[in-house]
Design a protein around this ligand. Structure first.
Ligand SMILES: NC(=O)c1ccc[n+]([C@@H]2O[C@H](COP(=O)([O-])OP(=O)(O)OC[C@H]3O[C@@H](n4cnc5c(N)ncnc54)[C@H](OP(=O)(O)O)[C@@H]3O)[C@@H](O)[C@H]2O)c1
Length: 257
């Protein structure tokens, strides 16, 4: 029987890398994507199932389309949109180019790959899509990481809406959003921040995310503390939540340490 294939973006590091290893252990063949080919080769050498690597810059929409054209005939049953990054600073201080690139990776690439693969999954009435959002995507706004929070709100909102459409159609296809709080990965170095709150490991985040994906949970929040605080934030006026989030963000500034 043809083996099932899991496609993972952002697999060269952090949460995506851990998900690749764990899905391989569960018997999935892999298609891994990121820009750093050397990192992807390392993971290919570590896993025991077939593993194809695609070195792509997902900030370029045409590359996302090409990925689909190259892989659409494979038996892909799991798509994990994990690639993403953040940028810290006052909105007008962060270079516009950097934020536009963030929008391309965090929003456009997720949108394009979800759209193209979901059409096939719907036709076959089989498949799972896990979009890696963030707890940032459950909060109203995040001063000092404004575009990052907004990008993750897009991912969460898009995912919730599609999940309802699938439920309305009684489809067996799954889509969900993984919304972690702080996770110890390379994210901070890329965003040039340090966490004010304690973080969970990428391994724990990945295993919780995959477990809940297979249980078909739509919004997945690893760590009890983050789950409780994001639920509590819905009981408090938005303005206060935004002010508190902004204060937390300011503490992440590496230069304040
Ligand atoms: N760490 C956290 O605290 C945290 C919390 C909530 C949500 N998240 C989300 O989790 C996801 C994974 O992040 P992480 O924490 O694992 O960080 P990470 O270790 O920095 O991994 C980010 C991944 O995204 C890939 N990527 C970035 N830009 C790309 C591009 N233009 N084209 C292709 N791939 C690109 C990177 O690969 P290359 O650099 O090799 O291209 C890398 O594999 C992100 O969506 C992030 O927003 C993270």
């Amino acid at each position: 029987m043809q083996k099932e294939v899991a496609m993972i973006t952002g697999a060269s590091s952090g949460i995506g890398r851990e998900m690749a290893k764990q899905l391989s252990k569960q018997g999935y063949e892999l298609i891994l994507m990121a820009r750093r080919e050397d990192r992807l080769k390392q993971i290919r050498a570590e896993v025991n199932t077939a593993c194809e690597i695609l070195s792509v810059d997902l900030s370029i929409p045409e590359e996302c389309m090409n990925v689909y054209e190259k892989t659409k005939e494979k038996n892909i049953t799991v798509l994990i949109n994990c690639a993403g990054f953040g940028a810290f600073g006052t909105f007008t201080d962060i270079p516009l180019e950097k934020e536009l690139q963030m929008i391309d990776v965090n929003i456009k690439a997720v949108h394009i790959l979800t759209n193209l693969f979901l059409k096939d999954f719907r036709r076959k009435n089989k498949g799972s899509i896990l979009n890696v959002s963030s707890v940032a995507g459950l909060l109203p706004a995040g001063p000092y990481m404004a575009a990052y929070y907004a990008s993750k709100s897009y991912v969460t909102s898009l995912t919730l809406a599609i999940a309802q459409e699938l439920a309305d159609d009684k489809s067996d296809v799954y889509i969900g959003a993984l919304c972690p709080g702080p996770v110890a990965t390379e994210f901070n170095d890329v965003a040039e921040v340090s966490f004010g709150l304690s973080s969970i490991s990428a391994k724990d985040c990945a295993s919780y995310g995959l477990k809940k994906m297979f249980q078909k949970k739509t919004i997945i929040v690893p760590s009890t503390l983050v789950r409780l605080s994001s639920s509590a934030s819905r009981l408090i006026p938005r303005k206060w939540v935004v002010a508190v989030t902004g204060n937390q963000q300011k503490k992440k500034n590496k230069n304040n340490k």
